[in-house]
Design a protein around this ligand. Sequence first.
Ligand SMILES: [Cu+2]
Length: 219
Amino acid sequence: MKFRLCSMAVVVAASTFAASGAAVAAHDTNPSDKVGNYAYDLTAVQASSVPNAAAEGSTRITSLPNGKVRVQVDAWGLAPGLPHAMHLHGVDGPATDMACPGPAADSDGDGFVSVPEGAPFYGGILASLTTTGDTTAASALALDRFAVADADGHLEYSRTFRNDSALANADTVQVVVHGIDVNGSGGYDLAGAGEAPLVPGSGIPFEATMPVLCGGVAN
Ligand SMILES: [Cu+2]
C-alpha cells in the first residue's frame, strides 16, 4: 500500500507537555559534550486492549565526533512485513526533557493514542529515521524508506546520518515507532481504525501513524 508523502510535522509543533520534571536521565555514558551515547527501553504506547499493539524494544542514540548521529532500534512485536515510520521526537532548542505517552493520553476516548494525542508528550519530529535519503520531518510518512519488520515482527534499524537538529538534541529526544495492524489484515488499511486523525481527508490509514513504541530521556 502506498501513501503520498506527508508531513506529520504540521500538527506536532505542540510545545506544551503534560508530564515532565521527574525525568531521570538514563545516559549510560556521556564522555563529553561532543560525544554522547544514550540507551533506552522502548515501551508500548497503546492500551493492552488495542489488538496487535503489544511490543517492546530498545534504542541507542549516539552523537559522534564527526557531527553525525547514529540511531539504533531493535524492536519486537511489530506488525510483520510492514514498514514502520520512526522518528526522533522532541523540542529543538534548549534542553527540554519530554516524555512518552501511555494509554491515558487517549484524550478523545476512541481507544487509541494518536499522533496528535502523543505529540504533547514527546514533541514534534526532529528527525525521520529513514533507511535512505532525507531524514527531516518532510519524510515523516515516507513509508517506502522506513525499516520493515520481518515475518516475526522483529525490526532492526541502524543508521548514521547528519541531521543537525538530531545532533543538537540527542540527549533529550524520544524515539517513537509507529504502525499497528489493528485488524490483522496484513497491511495498513482504513478498515482497521479509519483515517489518521492527524491528516483528515488524506486517506492515510490511522493504523500507519499510530505510535506503538516510545522511549527516551523522560522514561
Ligand atoms: Cu513519530
